[in-house]
Design a protein around this ligand. Structure first.
Ligand code: NAD
Length: 337
């Protein structure tokens, strides 16, 4: 029986990179019945709904999605579909493994970076609750709850134990947001006590950012509320070669949606320049989730081989290959085995 997966190509570079991921997954030999579901900024504008029902229905049926990015207008327009989807499906954990790829030269090539970001995915300043109190005075509500903070902390520590990770670092700004980030931290501390075998430390977010740039190798699992997770993810991606290579998973109790960290990259959309590594690596995480570990390992191995060879890499990582040429190379590796 093929696995049923909702495929949301998205917009911008989304269709290019998701097509590449579908080809790579097919080359692993795992049978997937892709339920293709269109969701673009044009569809959202036309339907006046940032979360059209056909998308939710599909994921609620398959319980699983592979998603390309969807454009969100800046300072106005509709709410982020990505945020809405995560909230609606209660995809509370955003998990982003960040590590060097073999053969990929970066400013940090000589440093071993292998960390995993656990970002709370449903609240914080992403509550979307903004209010113009009087003209030119706006408040944005940062929502932190015990339920959501505990959930993400439990998830991060359970992951650390299962994956043999040694340390969890909670990232916060509880020196300033004493109540909100204070509650987040309190929950992290309580959960940490249940895992005495895992080292627990805390870093204020500004210091965490500096430490990441100075000594990224010190971090293992990083646990944080939503907004810090968003910013730190891009920073961490920059350390290992950029947004083109870092994958992600949005996990809930009922459903999971896998997507790259990057957005729709309108500056390069439609030009064949997009790097599909991040979404392919997200697809590998999806295969793990489906208990197709052997295929997931082969997919990651094929991508790494292409990086080691350096001949067919996309421009963002110093190569001259197109999205299709890179994908051909990964598929060749998978089918040559
Ligand atoms: P972005 O991630 O789209 O792009 C940032 C930079 O990284 C750009 O220079 C882009 O060319 C480059 N880049 C990103 N992915 C790449 C890839 N796979 N290969 C090569 N280069 C890549 O971030 P942005 O420009 O801030 O956002 C653009 C749009 O994407 C916005 O509307 C934003 O809301 C949306 N967005 C969506 C998601 C999502 O759907 N999950 C996530 C982030 C941003």
């Amino acid at each position: 029986m093929p696995h049923q997966v909702t495929l949301i190509p998205g917009d911008g570079i989304g269709p290019e990179v998701t097509d590449a991921a579908v080809r790579a997954v097919a080359a692993t030999g795992v049978a997937i019945d892709w339920q293709r579901t269109e969701l673009t900024s044009d569809i959202i504008v036309a339907s006046h709904n940032e979360l059209p029902p056909h998308v939710i229905e599909s994921i609620e049926r398959t319980h699983l999605g592979l998603k390309g990015p969807v454009t969100t207008p800046i300072a106005g327009g509709y709410q982020s579909v990505n945020v809405a989807l995560r909230k609606r499906l209660e995809l509370f954990a955003n998990i982003r493994p960040v590590r060097n790829l073999p053969g990929l030269h970066t400013r940090y090539s000589d440093v071993k970076i292998d960390l995993v970001i656990f970002r709370e995915n449903t609240e914080d300043l992403y509550s979307g609750l903004e209010h113009e109190v009087v003209t030119d005075v706006v408040t944005s509500l940062k929502v932190i709850t015990r339920l959501a903070s505990f959930r993400i902390a439990r998830n991060a520590f359970a992951y650390a134990r299962t994956m043999g990770r040694k340390k969890v670092t909670a990232v916060h700004k509880a020196n300033i947001m004493k109540l909100g980030d204070g509650l987040f931290l309190k929950c992290c501390r309580e959960v940490a006590q249940e895992y005495p075998m895992i080292e627990y430390q805390e870093r204020i977010v500004d210091n965490a950012a500096m430490q990441l740039v100075m000594r990224p190798e010190q971090f293992d699992v990083m646990l944080m509320p939503n907004l810090y997770g968003d910013i730190i993810s891009d920073l961490a991606a920059g350390l290992v070669g950029g947004l083109g290579i870092v994958p992600g998973a949005n996990i809930g109790d009922r459903c999971a949606v896998f997507e790259a960290v990057h957005g729709s990259a309108p500056d390069i959309a439609g030009k064949g320049l997009a790097n599909p590594t991040a979404i392919m690596m997200s697809a590998a995480m999806m295969l793990d989730y489906l208990k197709e570990m052997e295929a997931a390992t082969r997919l990651r191995g094929a991508i790494e081989e292409v990086y080691k060879e350096k001949r067919r890499l996309t421009p963002d990582v110093g190569g001259a290959a197109s999205t299709t040429e890179f994908t051909d190379a990964v598929v060749e590796k998978l089918t040559a085995r």
